[in-house]
Design a protein around this ligand. Structure first.
Ligand code: ZN
Length: 156
């Protein structure tokens, strides 16, 4: 599979922050790593408590913005996963993202879903480059399920 770059606007604030930190570290190798580590450890408990308290306060004061953030994040991560997998059905080339589904090449999707708890976590795995996933449109996905004997009650 070709390596695709995920544009930063597909990422949420926290993920962009992580990238910025990585870039900063690359630009100033060695510099302040020990210093920032020491400062982090010194203020860890106080900062953790402060961030948690601020987060709770902010979420209570802005429930609609919290919901929007979660929704946006969910869509951004799904979109990024689709970009990584080529944005079209592996079998027929269908490319309307509304009907594209992430398929586990060797099956076992249901078990993984139960294990990870959400599609969001599966998309994160796709983005991180873990192999074993492909994109199929809804039709091809159901047809593949039938061909592989992964029939569900609905498909029989
Ligand atoms: Zn298809």
């Amino acid at each position: 599979m070709a390596t695709l770059t995920i544009t930063e606007d597909l990422l949420c604030h926290r993920e962009r922050q992580r990238l910025a930190t990585a870039r900063w570290r690359a630009k100033y190798p060695g510099r302040s790593q020990a210093q920032s580590r020491a400062s982090y450890l010194k203020n860890k408990d106080r900062n953790k408590a402060r961030v948690a308290a601020n987060g709770v306060k902010w979420r209570r004061e802005h429930p609609e913005r919290k919901r929007k953030h979660n929704r946006d994040c969910f869509h951004r991560v799904r979109r990024a996963a689709l970009v990584v997998l080529g944005e079209k059905c592996k079998r027929c080339g269908f490319s309307d993202v509304r009907a594209l589904q992430i398929d586990h090449v060797n099956g076992g999707g249901n078990q993984e879903y139960k294990l990870l708890g959400s599609r969001y976590n599966i998309w994160k795995r796709v983005i991180s480059g873990i192999p074993g996933y492909q994109l199929l449109c809804a039709n091809c996905n159901w047809i593949k399920k039938d061909e592989c004997g992964e029939k569900t009650r609905r498909a029989s």
